[in-house]
Ligand binder design. Structure first.
Ligand SMILES: [Zn+2]
Length: 115
């Protein structure tokens, strides 16, 4: 992502303040998928008796190798701080593991243009 940020940095788009990022590794093929969550639009409020008690996010995630759907579910409190997370079909990993995969992908891509 830092590569993209460098590419588009300084453009007229405002900073991505409302984005939340999660990284999921597929159980079957080991591919890491980056998921960007828009905290303003993607969260669904959990309503208690009188008011929202927090937010839930359910996201279907598909990797680009075996194309299996993983289902991530995150819970947030009323201040939109994360309370818990779970994912079916994979595990959560760190941004560092995503960056590592990106670096490997760039190495694998042939530098000589179209094949
Ligand atoms: Zn997979």
């Amino acid at each position: 992502m830092s590569f993209l940020r460098r590419l588009f940095g300084g453009a007229s788009r405002s900073p991505d303040d409302n984005a939340y990022h999660i990284y999921v590794r597929c159980d079957r093929c080991g591919r890491v998928v980056h998921v960007r969550i828009d905290m303003r639009n993607d969260l669904a409020a959990d309503y208690g008796d009188t008011a929202a008690e927090g937010y839930t996010l359910v996201k279907e995630v598909m990797d680009d190798r075996c194309f299996r759907i993983m289902r991530a579910e995150l819970h947030f409190n009323t201040r939109r701080a994360e309370k818990s997370r779970a994912v079916e079909g994979g595990i959560f990993v760190t941004e560092a593991e995503w960056n590592e995969q990106q670096a490997k992908d760039e190495q694998r891509a042939s530098p000589g243009g179209p094949s």
